[in-house]
Design a protein around this ligand. Structure first.
Ligand code: 13P
Length: 360
């Protein structure tokens, strides 16, 4: 197909995802990553357990009040559901669609060490065969895609220019490719929280990264109105002394975005990146309170910060408890996306979710 044949549809999909008071549930953990989450709650990483857990997500009643879309892993997109008693049901993707939640798909195939880069730098794989895969995912109901590029700030000078350029170009090639098949690309250049750098350092690096990403998108003719940005918030390194206030996070994040992201992009959906459930909501709330009206929808696309309490309550058997915990964090973030979340007004899991060198 061609991008031109999908322009109106891409813009409409992006716009639906950017609905007021809503954001994305990132449930696209790879099999290895979901295994780590399951291990933490004593659940074995079998296909049946992954299916049962993702069926729980898809059947959470009223989830669509705060969730406009869900990012799935390939296995889930093609999987039939299991109900609470273990009986087979309709495809999981149909359960989400039935709630009015747009299904999306992780299409990158993970990061690898970057030859010629600095220690720890990576590039993101998955371009080969991507157009054919995108067409298959579209036929199965997916309407958007995700590609996560990872950058680090290190004392050795990372990110290098090579790393920034390679990851920006990869994001742009991916975005153009999936738009040709009708999928809205989520462009995700994540800057990890690993390190002891300060807020100003992150801001300077993130401005450079986002400028480079939008230049590459433009060179590839990516249709910005039919694309979404998923950045990390502008945060100091985890090991930097002194935590920033929500207002500081909001001020630096907005300054970074205002300097670099075209207003033709309909929505900016932050990743949680290792923030706790409550921090992710409080910071998003401060961002929306600081800039209103904003030129873009400022929402969320959280994985860990939406699912941590849910996983713990579920622990392999309590479907109702898991769903209630998920709905609580979805409500909190839906309110934060409009700037009226009252800190602590929804239950959350206080456990730190940060993990060094996180992979998805
Ligand atoms: P976290 O919110 O857990 O960082 O994950 C979001 C995501 O999709 C990362 O690619």
């Amino acid at each position: 197909m061609t991008l031109d044949s999908f322009r109106d549809e891409l813009a409409a999909t992006a716009c639906a995802i950017a609905s007021q008071g809503k954001g994305l549930l990132a449930a696209d953990e790879s099999t290895g990553t979901i295994g780590k989450r399951f291990a933490a709650v004593g659940v074995e990483n079998t296909e049946a357990n992954r299916c049962a857990y993702r069926s729980l997500l898809a059947t959470a009643p009223g989830l669509a009040e705060a969730i406009s879309g869900v990012i799935l892993y390939e296995e889930t997109l093609f999987q039939d559901s299991l109900d609470a008693s273990g009986a087979p049901g309709p495809p999981i993707v149909e359960l989400f669609e039935g709630q009015g939640i747009v299904p999306g798909i992780k299409v990158d195939q993970g990061v690898e060490p970057l030859p010629g880069g600095l220690p720890g730098e990576s590039w993101c794989t998955g371009l080969k065969g991507l157009q054919e895969r995108a067409a298959r995912y579209y036929a199965r109901g997916a309407r958007f895609a995700k590609w996560r590029a990872v950058l680090k700030i290190t004392p050795e000078g990372a990110p290098s220019e090579l790393c920034v350029r390679e990851n920006a170009w990869g994001l742009a090639r991916y975005a153009r490719t999936v738009q040709e098949e009708g999928l809205v690309p989520i462009v995700e250049p994540e800057i990890l929280m690993d390190g002891d750098h300060d807020l100003e350092t992150t801001a300077a690096v993130q401005e450079w990264v986002l400028r480079t990403v939008y230049e590459a998108l433009s060179r590839n003719g990516v249709f910005l109105e039919g694309s979404l940005l998923k950045p990390s918030m502008t945060l100091p390194g985890m090991a930097c002394p002194g935590a920033p206030s929500p207002d500081q996070v909001a001020e630096f994040t907005l300054r970074t975005l205002e300097r670099t992201v075209p207003v033709s992009v309909p929505a900016i959906l932050f990743l949680s990146g290792g923030l706790s459930e409550e921090e992710a909501s409080v910071y998003l709330n401060a961002i929306n309170q600081t800039l209103s009206p904003a030129p873009w929808h400022l929402g969320f696309s959280y994985g860990r910060a939406l699912q941590q309490s849910c996983l713990k309550h579920w622990a392999g058997h309590d479907v109702h408890g898991g769903q209630q915990a998920l709905l609580a964090r979805a409500r909190a973030n839906g309110q934060a996306a409009q700037g009226f979340y009252v800190a602590g007004s929804e239950p959350s899991d206080g456990a730190p979710l940060y993990e060094a060198n996180y992979s998805y």
